[in-house]
Design a protein around this ligand. Structure first.
Ligand code: SF4
Ligand code: SF4
Length: 324
C-alpha cells in the first residue's frame, strides 16, 4: 500500500498538473480500480480490533514540517482544507513565533529534512520575505541538509512578484493557479465529519490519514499538530490543544489525531470522498463550527472596539482578506 501511495503522490505532484484535462480524465479512470481497492483496505484497517492488533496505520512524520504562515489567501477554493475560503481571516504566525521555532530546533539539535512553507497563501503574509530569511539563516547555520520549500498557488501579479523574490536555495512548488478556471478551485471532501457518516461510528481515529506522513508535522499560530490540516482546523474549533513546544521524537500525537481526524473529511476512506467536488459540501457539524467561529470573531471585534485591553483578540486576526 505504501508503494501505491508513493506512486500516486508522485503522479499528483509531478505529472498530473502538466497533463491536459482530457488525459487527466483518462488517467483517473484507469486508476479508479486500484483506488477503490485501497479504500476498502483502509476502511477495514481503521476498525478498532484491527488497530489494536496492528497499531495505528499512519504515524506523524518527524522529518517533514508544514508551516502555515497565514490563513489569508487570495483565492476562494471550494472545500479549502485550511478554511481560508469558508472562514476567511488574516490569522497568521508572527516573526517572533517563527524565531522561537528555529531557536527551539537549534537548542534541541533537531534536524528536519524538509520545511514546507504554506498557508493559506504564504506569500501574502506581510513579513513573508523576512520569515524566509529567518528560516534560511537557521538552515545555513544549524541544519544545512534541511530543504526549505514554499508552496504557492501562483495566482495573480502580487503573488508572482513575491515568488520572484524568493532567494536562491529556497525551493518553490507553484501550482500555477489562475483563480479563473473552475477545475483548479475544486478540492475533495473536507468539511464532512466522519462521525456523521454511516459506517464510521466505531472506528479508531488515531489511525489518521496519509497526510500525517506526506505533509508532516503541522505548525501554525496555535502550536504544533500531527498534520498541517489539523493546525488549520484548530483555528475554527478553537480547542487550542496544539503542543506549545517542539514535540519530542516519542510523541506520536495520537490524542490530537483522535480529536481532529474525527472531524476531518480526509479521514473518509472510500473513493467517492477522494474526488474533487464541483461544489462546497459542508455538513451540519462543520456548519455549526463555522457559525460558532463567526460569532466568536464578532464578539472579539466588539471587544476590540471597546478598548485597548483587547490586544490578544487583535493579534489573533479577524479581518477578511479581499481577493485580488
Ligand atoms: S489556494 Fe489553497 S489555501 Fe487558498 S483557498 Fe485555495 S485551497 Fe485554500
Ligand atoms: S486531521 Fe485530517 S488530514 Fe490530518 S491526519 Fe487527520 S484525517 Fe488526515
Amino acid at each position: 500500500m505504501r508503494i501505491l501511495d508513493r506512486l500516486l503522490t508522485s503522479y499528483r505532484k509531478r505529472v498530473k498538473p502538466y497533463l491536459p484535462s482530457s488525459v487527466r480524465g483518462l488517467f483517473s479512470r484507469a486508476l479508479d480500480p486500484s483506488l477503490k481497492l485501497r479504500g476498502m483496505y483502509d476502511f477495514w484497517r481503521v476498525r478498532p480490533g484491527v488497530t489494536r492488533f496492528l497499531g495505528p496505520q499512519f504515524h506523524r512524520n518527524r522529518r517533514v514540517i508544514g508551516i502555515a504562515l497565514t490563513y489569508a489567501c487570495n483565492l476562494r477554493c471550494l472545500n479549502c482544507d485550511e478554511s481560508s475560503a469558508q472562514a476567511p481571516a488574516d490569522a497568521q504566525m508572527s516573526i517572533e513565533q517563527i524565531q522561537s521555532f528555529v531557536d527551539e530546533c537549534a537548542a534541541a539539535d533537531y534536524h528536519w529534512n524538509l520545511m514546507e512553507i504554506a498557508g493559506g497563501e504564504p506569500t501574502v503574509h506581510p513579513d513573508f520575505l523576512k520569515i524566509i530569511d529567518i528560516l534560511r539563516t537557521y538552515r545555513n547555520r544549524y541544519s544545512p541538509q534541511t530543504r526549505i520549500k514554499v508552496l504557492t498557488n501562483g495566482a495573480g501579479d502580487k503573488v508572482q512578484q513575491m515568488v520572484a523574490q524568493v532567494p536562491e536555495g529556497i525551493e518553490v512548488e507553484n501550482s500555477n493557479k489562475s483563480g479563473k478556471r473552475p477545475a483548479e478551485l475544486k478540492h475533495s471532501t473536507f468539511n464532512l465529519s466522519p462521525e456523521e457518516v454511516e459506517g464510521y461510528e466505531k472506528v479508531d481515529f488515531r489511525n489518521a490519514c496519509e497526510y500525517t506522513y506526506r505533509c508532516g508535522t503541522g505548525l501554525g499560530p496555535t502550536g504544533y499538530y500531527h498534520c498541517p490540516v489539523a493546525a488549520g482546523m484548530d483555528r475554527i474549533f478553537e480547542w487550542n490543544i496544539g503542543r506549545q513546544s517542539l514535540p519530542s521524537e516519542a510523541d506520536d500525537m495520537e490524542d490530537l489525531a483522535e480529536r481532529f481526524c474525527s472531524k476531518c473529511g480526509y479521514f473518509l476512506k472510500e473513493l467517492q470522498y477522494k474526488k474533487p467536488l464541483a461544489k462546497q459540501l459542508t455538513s451540519p457539524v462543520w456548519q455549526q463550527a463555522y457559525d460558532d467561529y463567526r460569532t466568536r470573531q464578532a464578539e472579539k471585534l466588539v471587544t476590540i472596539d471597546a478598548g485597548p485591553s483587547a490586544t490578544h483578540a487583535a493579534a489573533a486576526g479577524t479581518g477578511v482578506v479581499s481577493p485580488k
